[in-house]
Design a binder for this molecule. Structure first.
Ligand SMILES: Cc1cc2nc3c(=O)[nH]c(=O)nc-3n(C[C@H](O)[C@H](O)[C@H](O)COP(=O)(O)O)c2cc1C
Length: 484
């Protein structure tokens, strides 16, 4: 047999896995493996009622989840029953198709938010639902996406040091936090993402309602599709606002005054695009031919104030001026709002920002959309935390996809942890309910890891719970670039 060489097509790994599972399911080996299990002892134990001393009479005969037939203890089952287990072909008609495993392997689309097992389940649906240009704008990173990838690798390089038992019976984990005078149910928050109506007509209002339902912070983008007042009304309470400054100070001041008058408690200034960013996908796809089409112009050019944020492929629109640290004091002094600076990745900048009056530091590389630094946001967190020395809260985003990522960031000293793309995947897939489910999934994952580490409050999560692994674990990856 010829060994596959570089010129030969490599076998499709998913396809071979699928074939392997099919083979296993149909094989008599499966029945033999079943027979060799020490079955019976659990059922015997369970049959001694009551099983759970706290729930009298809780035991009942277990049923097959597919057809509802009782699963009999071995004594009641005919001898050699394991040898005549129905194969898939012989199975009675009422058993639904056993394709769950295959759907996991092929990445089928979910039909409702409840079907989602993790946040990536929403990514494919949003991809399917969306215009190519809108999708590209959401998905892209700068240059070769290396910072975007590094953001995930950074989290994957951190391992958990779990603690198994505690002195006292553990309480239910309390994930609530207080940040800049406000209390939230979770350290998780929604980052400012431009133009959310490009993904769902509910836009920022839908995301805001979901955030409110779960009691978490939402930050509105300067480039949002809806006004501050519309979102605050939908949400039922004011949220934070992110600003991209303009060289004309009066324009900044008018915007600041407007959101402050609407009750905004905290202003966030994003500084990681001030030098521009090399968004190649935007140049190819978004600013290319397609955008001249009638379809795009219907929405964008025929509505006032509805210009394409994604058309500005290299950072905030308008002329660039050399911003200096004085702008921090200037923006801070322009209102009574708290002032947070977003896009800090170094100890030096964190120190300067605090010196100039920042009330909070937001560690971020814009989800890999600023510069191709190849430096994970989570990897820049420790030096920022060390420089801040607890004087102001530290927030972080970029690459957060799991409750364990939130936990790791908290362990390294973050006070709050943000998601960008994942909630937009939820929004693009199912509107408010999709965002709600994304938040719920990550919060549930955080609850599990807190349970596993015996931590009962966010304050108890410290650096003793994480350690660095020498090599990142295998990345989620496929040919379409999903899964980052
Ligand atoms: C499509 C898109 C638009 C964004 N728009 C803004 C914005 O208007 N203002 C801002 O400060 N950050 C913006 N960001 C960055 C996010 O606030 C956040 O830093 C980033 O998405 C976090 O990384 P993640 O997507 O990997 O979770 C945007 C991100 C994306 C993906």
């Amino acid at each position: 047999m010829t060994a596959p060489g570089p010129h030969m097509p490599t076998p499709d790994r998913d396809e071979s896995r699928r074939r392997f599972f099919k083979f296993l399911a149909a094989s008599p080996l499966a029945a033999l493996a079943y027979a060799s299990l020490p079955h019976g002892w659990l059922e015997e134990l369970a049959a001694k009622e009551p099983v759970d001393p706290f729930v009298p009479g809780s035991w009942r005969v277990p049923e097959c989840v597919s057809c509802g037939a009782p699963i009999l203890p071995p004594a009641a089952a005919p001898a050699n029953a394991h040898l005549s287990l129905p194969t898939r072909q012989q199975a009675p008609q009422q058993i639904p198709p056993q394709n769950a495993q295959e759907e996991q392997l092929t990445g089928s689309l979910i039909a409702s938010p409840e079907d989602a097992v993790n946040v990536w389940d929403f990514e494919r649906v949003t991809h399917e639902n969306n215009l190519a240009q809108h999708w590209d704008y959401l998905h892209m990173g700068v240059e070769d996406y290396e910072t975007r990838r590094a953001n995930r690798e950074g989290f994957n390089r951190l391992a958990l040091r779990t603690r198994r038992l505690s002195a006292e019976p553990p309480k239910r984990p309390d994930t609530s936090i207080e940040i800049l005078g406000q209390r939230f149910n979770s350290p998780l928050f929604l980052c400012p993402v431009a133009a959310l109506q490009a993904y769902h007509t509910q836009g920022e209002a839908g995301a805001g309602r979901a955030a409110r339902r779960r009691g978490i912070l939402q930050i509105q983008s300067n480039q949002s599709s809806m006004s501050y007042e519309e979102i605050a009304e939908a949400r039922g309470e004011p949220h934070w606002f992110q600003i991209y400054t303009q060289p004309d100070w009066n324009r900044n001041k008018r915007l600041i005054d407007r959101v402050a008058a609407a009750g905004c408690p905290t202003l966030v200034w994003t500084v990681d695009l001030l030098g521009g960013s090399n968004r190649e996908l935007a140049r190819r796809s978004v600013v290319g031919e397609g955008t001249q089409g009638a379809l795009c112009q219907n929405c964008h050019n025929h509505q006032q104030g509805y210009q394409r944020p994604m058309n500005r492929d290299s950072g905030p629109a308008g002329e660039r001026i050399p911003y200096t640290w004085d702008w921090v004091s200037r923006l801070k002094d322009a209102s009574d709002m708290n002032f947070v600076i977003k896009g800090i990745v170094t100890a030096e900048d964190a120190e300067m920002a605090i010196e100039h009056g920042a009330d909070g530091i937001f560690v971020s590389n814009h989800g890999g959309r600023a510069e191709n630094s190849l430096w994970a946001s989570i990897d820049s967190l420790p030096e920022v935390v060390a420089a801040v020395r607890g004087r102001v809260p530290v927030m972080i985003d970029s690459g957060v996809r799991r409750g364990t990522d939130v936990f790791k960031a908290l362990a390294l000293g973050a006070d709050a942890v943000g998601i960008g793309r994942p909630y937009v995947w939820g929004l693009g897939a199912f509107g408010e309910d999709g965002v709600d489910r994304v938040i719920q999934l990550i919060m549930a994952e955080l609850g599990i890891v807190m349970g596993q580490t015996q931590t009962t409050s966010v304050a108890e999560i410290n650096s003793r719970f994480v350690m660095e692994r020498p090599n990142p674990i295998m990345m989620r990856h496929n040919e379409l670039g999903f899964g980052l």
